[in-house]
Design a protein around this ligand. Structure first.
Ligand SMILES: *Cc1c(COP(=O)(O)O)cnc(C)c1O
Length: 380
């Protein structure tokens, strides 16, 4: 990404820029992994369901994974029959089951009660599995940990073998890490699965290993390749992965402009024409996003703040080589996943325009305006 171009160009501000080169890199890397071990790759569209991303991913993946009826519909529209759609969610509703079963090739029920309620109907149309909670925590923050105490996600592994025969389902689904840069959790999880289910695994057709691994930031893919080959070999399983952030995380930039600058209790405050409402995880998890202009040795510091009424609408304190001035543009990096999808128009500030860029071109794909805001808030 040429950041000068990003800042000099005709981008309106704030802008979300989809970096096609980065996304293509991630997709090619995963396609290569798929060739090496024979796993199937699904894009977990909840990370960024923008159509340009889905169209781009389509030739490189075996399908999409979805968390809801709307995601399944969108996935179905883009794939138009050319690929699998996997669904797992605690949120299946009775009146959505028929459509979900038609749309999805695979459904992993989140609980035994969900399974008992829906498996018979859905099973006539789609491949049925269960989401398993392996009860192995690799995260210190409960908010991200599907295996926390009293988890709502998946059937406890020790309960599975007691309650239903593996001959009654076609597959299993596991997902128990977040942004992992190491395959150890996956290896330990599969070991535990084998310990509990043993050769019973051979009764299944597929195993979905979930998302949560940042494949692009893991040097050595060999442990993963060996694991998948072994699962295919020993049990005849089709093995799926469903990365989200690993595909789009590094493929998004948020460009914003400084619209005011002043000093507050001795610190420079730079107000941006964006806010944490365009990147809600900054506030949700109190994480400071990476800023392209930040220079740890820079002598001029400023607190970058959003433009809404919330006192805590703040991105954090950054250092710069030169003082920030009104009109300067700044770029937040690695904001491709879980940003736009969570973005909102709190305070009536518009959503960013969406651009796609590669080494040859920059193109505006989406612009929201007052009519979109009005449509959302005027009663029918
Ligand atoms: C969120 C999620 C994913 C994708 O996770 P990433 O961290 O974006 O790779 C995949 N599968 C399930 C079940 C999920 O909840």
């Amino acid at each position: 990404m040429d950041f000068q171009v990003l800042k000099d160009s005709v981008y309106s501000s704030p802008a979300f820029v989809l970096d096609e080169t980065e996304a293509a890199k991630a997709l090619a890397m995963l396609a290569d992994l798929r060739n090496q071990c024979g796993c199937k790759v699904l894009y977990s569209i909840k990370a960024l369901p923008f159509s340009a991303v889905l169209d781009m991913a389509k030739p490189f993946v075996d399908g999409f994974s979805a968390s809801s009826l709307f995601e399944a519909r969108l996935a179905g529209e883009v794939l138009s029959g050319q690929g699998s759609i996997h669904l797992t969610t605690p949120g299946i509703k009775t009146d959505e089951l028929d459509e979900l079963s038609l749309l999805c090739s695979h459904i992993s029920f989140n609980s035994l009660t969900q399974y008992q309620r829906y498996a018979e109907t859905a099973g006539a149309l789609t491949s049925i599995g269960l989401r398993i909670n392996p009860k192995l925590s690799f995260l210190h923050d409960d908010r991200f940990d599907p295996c926390r105490q009293h988890s709502k996600l998946g059937v406890a592994i020790e309960e599975l073998s007691r309650s239903i025969g593996l001959d009654q389902i076609q597959g299993l689904h596991i997902h128990n890490v977040f942004s992992s840069t190491d395959f150890t959790p996956l290896i330990k999880t599969v070991e535990k699965l084998q310990h509990y289910l043993g050769i019973g695994l051979a009764e299944l057709e597929w195993l979905n290993l979930g998302g949560g691994y940042l494949f692009g930031q893991i040097e050595d893919h060999r442990p993963f390749i060996e694991l998948v080959k072994k699962l295919k070999n020993d049990f005849g399983l089709e093995v799926y992965i469903e990365p989200g952030k690993a595909i789009v995380g590094q493929a998004g930039h948020l460009v914003a402009t400084v619209i005011d600058r002043f000093v507050s209790d001795g610190e420079t405050i730079a107000i941006l024409d964006t806010s944490i409402n365009h990147h809600p995880e900054v506030f949700e998890y109190q994480r400071q996003p990476e800023l392209h202009e930040h220079d740890p040795d820079g002598q001029y510091s400023a607190i970058l703040a959003g433009c809404t009424c919330l006192a805590g609408d703040v991105f954090g304190k950054y250092c710069f080589k030169a003082p920030l001035a009104v009109g300067d543009k700044v770029v937040f990096n690695n904001v491709g996943a879980y940003t736009l999808i969570k973005a909102n128009r709190f305070n009536g500030y518009n959503l960013p325009d969406i651009y796609v860029s590669n080494s040859l071109r920059v193109k505006k794909l989406k612009h929201y305006d007052y009519q979109d805001y009005r449509r959302q808030w005027l009663a029918d």
